[in-house]
Design a protein around this ligand. Structure first.
Ligand SMILES: [Zn+2]
Length: 437
């Protein structure tokens, strides 16, 4: 299925204007024209994409691939397949593997495996602190200078809670031209927390995770980043107050460089789901209220929140299909991201398809420092692309997804828009629900 010359027929770049044909060869976009003569390209693969939308390939700043350590739930191969099927051409793999990606050996392994598999560019994220323990800075410089050229550092799963460690991490990442991606959660306020602190958690007797635990860390880190002139990226923003803090912080003079992501699930689902008592809905940060969802949608539309990242988090059946308190937080996200966004943002009129390109491709590519991703659809640009049928819908079944785990919160839901084809450097990586051999 992989090929180096492709003619795409009848697409609308960004869902705008007249239908065009697109010629891809040598890994780049060679031609955009109303009608490309097929006879001139006898060995080309022809994709009839009449009415489909062409966007730059998606970039996920926040994926858990679970290799090394939990290959029973996901591997770099199965995660790469899920990414390609979800329209992604690049993913950043979080550092909370076992062993932790806090040194150049692990990040080079993840980087190399991603390249060998070749379905999506896998960029390892390096841990900020050794073993994610929050005590001592990891060898960020070694990871930056390794073959993997790590530029994004995160202890995700844990907050870099100590303000002095965070300050040093920001200073060090600045020297490496990197960015610290912070999982904002003041641990003293969330000890034992099981769900968003509100009426639903109270009714079920679940210990609460207050919004202020997230918002206070974001405010602190925005102030630190501004003071130091360093780059801060805020992971999975989940509350209305957090959006307010970001709006304020970004408007300050000497704001530093602050960016933020929101997950698809925090744009669609609320803590009303606690009523099911099904741990598939347990996630960190937790599902919040409908007021939070509305504020997050607005902040994403305005650009206060820069981008969408999946926080794709596969878990084994025994870690999800158990008592709520014992279940691990997290849910699958790669293959449902586009459709959840279509539901939450496009069908509501908050974003058009150009806006989807911004939040799923252009901004995450810029934040992650990828010069060949999130590029405009123009002649001479890299052929990292995704084709979407905006009129199709599909029903989600966890068992059908490419991940080994099946912990999707969208089980049985019918969602709009479908990924038809994903193209990485001119080669088809996924088409019609199947990945390239
Ligand atoms: Zn996190």
């Amino acid at each position: 299925m992989a090929t180096r010359t492709v003619v795409i027929r009848g697409v609308r770049p960004y869902g705008e204007g007249e239908r065009l044909d697109v010629l891809l060869a040598d890994g780049v976009i060679k031609q955009l024209a109303p009608a490309i003569e097929i006879d001139e390209h006898p060995d080309a693969t022809v994709l009839d994409a009449a009415g489909q939308i062409l966007l730059p390939g998606f970039v996920d700043l926040h994926t858990h691939l679970r290799e090394p350590g939990r290959e029973d739930t996901e591997t770099i191969r199965t995660g790469s397949a899920a990414a390609a099927l979800g329209g992604f051409t690049a993913v950043f793999a979080m550092a909370n593997t076992n062993p932790v990606a806090d040194n150049e050996i692990i990040v080079e392994h993840v980087w190399r495996r991603g390249r060998e598999i070749g379905l999506v560019d896998v960029y390892p994220i390096g841990a900020v602190t050794v073993g994610l323990a929050g005590q001592r800075l990891a060898e960020m410089g070694q990871m930056a200078r390794s073959q993997a050229q790590v530029r994004v550092f995160s202890d995700d799963g844990h907050c870099v809670a100590d303000p002095l460690i965070m300050r040093r991490a920001l200073e060090y990442s600045r020297a490496l031209d990197g960015v610290i991606a912070q999982h904002a959660e003041e641990p003293r306020l969330t000890a034992g927390a099981q769900a968003h602190e509100g009426e639903h958690a109270a009714r079920l007797g679940l210990a609460g995770w207050p919004a202020a635990a997230e918002e206070s860390i974001i405010a602190r880190d925005c102030l630190l980043a501004g003071h130091l002139g360093a780059r801060l990226h805020v992971c999975h923003v989940s509350t209305a107050g957090a959006a307010d803090v970001l709006r304020w912080a970004k408007a300050r003079p000497h704001a530093g460089s602050i960016s933020a992501e929101v997950t698809p699930h925090h744009l669609l689902l609320t803590d009303e789901r606690l009523a099911t008592y099904d741990p598939v809905n347990k996630v960190n940060p937790p599902l919040r209220t409908s007021v939070d969802v509305a504020a997050l949608r607005q902040a994403l539309a305005e650009g206060v929140i820069d981008c969408v990242a999946t926080d794709h988090a596969p878990h084994a059946v025994q870690d999800k299909d158990c008592e709520w308190d014992a279940a691990r937080p997290g849910m699958l996200g790669l293959q449902t991201a586009l459709s959840v966004l279509a539901e939450a943002m496009v069908s509501t009129g908050l974003l058009d398809w150009r806006g989807i390109a911004r939040v799923l491709s252009e901004r995450p590519a810029a934040i992650g420092g990828l010069p060949d991703q999130g590029r405009p659809i123009e002649v001479g640009e890299p052929a990292n692309l995704v084709l979407i049928d905006p009129d199709a819908s599909w029903t989600v079944h966890g068992a059908d997804l490419a991940s080994i785990a099946d912990n999707t919160p969208y089980e049985g839901m019918t969602l709009p828009a479908k990924i038809m084809t994903t193209i990485l450097r001119g080669a088809i990586t996924a088409h019609d629900g199947k990945v390239a051999e």
